[in-house]
Design a protein around this ligand. Structure first.
Ligand code: FEO
Length: 389
């Protein structure tokens, strides 16, 4: 356990091994953060994934006896935060359980009927010396999501918002490698919150005017050094702010689509704009999405296989459609043998994902000729100039 502020303690668990979080590759594991808040009365805010219940219970016991717990707060019903709720209730049956109005039925769907007080009935709790004020932030991440604010400490227990999938012995943002921290905070937003940007924006507005000195999310490290830096970053992301950068995601059968991707990248590079190229067999789609978050343009290349898109590109498009990145321009390209089809499909899917398409004729048979290579290069040059405007 770690002291967050006087009377507030981290009692969560570090999961060094989780590498796939519902389809998103978490290279650096994660943590599930729970907190004990001690005033005259005692509350536990959030729990951890079910298989880490023992760790959480041991951490709680280091701070308080289970019989002393007066309240259990569930900010969010997703099982990575509620999976040990039952174990905690069994150990502390006297505690009142508080969740949002949407949280109560969701928790009951997972764990059966429970005695839960909603935040409509109890919008805040006075622990004596510490207040827990609940703020509903629906769809940041699920309909039930809420955050808990402790005004005495200017401490926001933000649950999923502002988190990172980053396993670490260190608990605070100023203690970890800054490049890793920001990479994981970016990956987390891109792969989890990007499609929910309107709700995240509303959540940030709901917190407007609240004096915040520490943000303690439910994953990763606690933002105690300049916590508003992550809020400012979220404001840029929800606005869809982009850099002059192009991501090219492609796959290839006989290296023809690859040649096109490389030619386009060279053309983009000739304009001074950065191009990042990712083969979709060699790179996981969630890593590519992280790079797309603040790129202005996305180009997707696929060979035609059996009159259809290449499967790795099809999987990537399904993921992309769900995440619907904002304010992107893009284009499709690819090679084929005797009949095309992939390019049209990729364009349809990109359009459905909300990407503003650049018309082009980059669909070449068998193997690009030198003239076709030059067409791809010139297209890249045009895209490079376009993202600079
Ligand atoms: Fe970390 Fe929406 O759960």
């Amino acid at each position: 356990m770690t002291k967050v502020t006087e009377g507030v303690y981290w009692v969560g668990a570090v999961d060094w091994d989780v590498k796939n979080f519902h389809g998103y590759i978490t290279h650096r594991g994660t943590s599930y953060n729970a907190y004990v808040v001690k005033g005259d009365k005692i509350a536990v805010v959030d729990t951890v994934k079910e298989n880490f219940a023992d760790t959480m219970m041991r951490h709680i016991k280091d701070i308080v006896d289970y019989e002393e717990i007066d309240y259990i707060i569930s900010n969010h019903a997703e099982p990575d935060h509620s999976g040990s709720l039952k174990a905690l209730i069994e150990a502390a049956p006297q505690a009142e359980v508080i969740a949002s109005k949407r949280g109560k039925p969701t928790l009951e769907k997972y764990y059966g009927e429970m005695d839960i007080i909603t935040t409509e009935e109890r919008p805040q709790v006075d622990l004596g010396g510490k207040t827990l004020a609940f703020v509903s932030v629906p769809m940041a991440h699920w309909p039930d999501s809420m955050v808990t604010y402790i005004p005495e400490d200017k401490l926001l227990l933000s649950n999923d918002a502002f988190g990172q999938h980053l396993a670490s012995n260190e608990r605070f943002n100023d203690e970890v490698d800054q490049n890793q921290l920001w990479h994981e905070a970016t990956a987390y937003y891109a792969n989890i919150l990007m499609p929910l940007y309107r709700s995240v924006s509303r959540a940030i507005k709901a917190l407007d005017g609240i004096d915040i000195e520490i943000i303690a999310p439910s994953h990763g490290v606690i933002w105690r050094d300049n916590p508003l830096q992550i809020v400012e970053k979220y404001l840029q992301w929800v606005d869809g702010e982009t850099k002059n950068r192009v991501v090219i995601a492609y796959d290839t059968m006989w290296k023809s689509t690859k040649k096109m991707a490389y030619a386009i990248a060279e053309g983009i590079g000739s304009t001074g704009v950065q191009a990042l190229v990712y083969n979709l067999t060699e790179n996981h789609r969630s890593d590519v999405i992280t790079e797309i978050l603040d790129a202005k343009a996305l180009l997707i290349g696929s060979p035609t296989l059996n009159n259809h898109v290449y499967p790795s590109v099809g999987g990537f498009l399904a993921y992309l459609r769900g995440l619907s990145p904002q304010k992107k321009i893009g284009a499709a390209f690819g090679s084929y043998g005797w009949a095309g089809g992939a390019k049209r499909f990729v364009e349809e899917q990109m359009k459905a994902a909300g990407i503003d398409l650049i018309e082009n004729e980059l669909e070449f048979s068998y193997k690009p000729t030198p003239e076709e290579w030059m067409k791809a290069y010139n297209f890249g040059k045009m895209v490079g100039e376009k993202v600079k405007t």
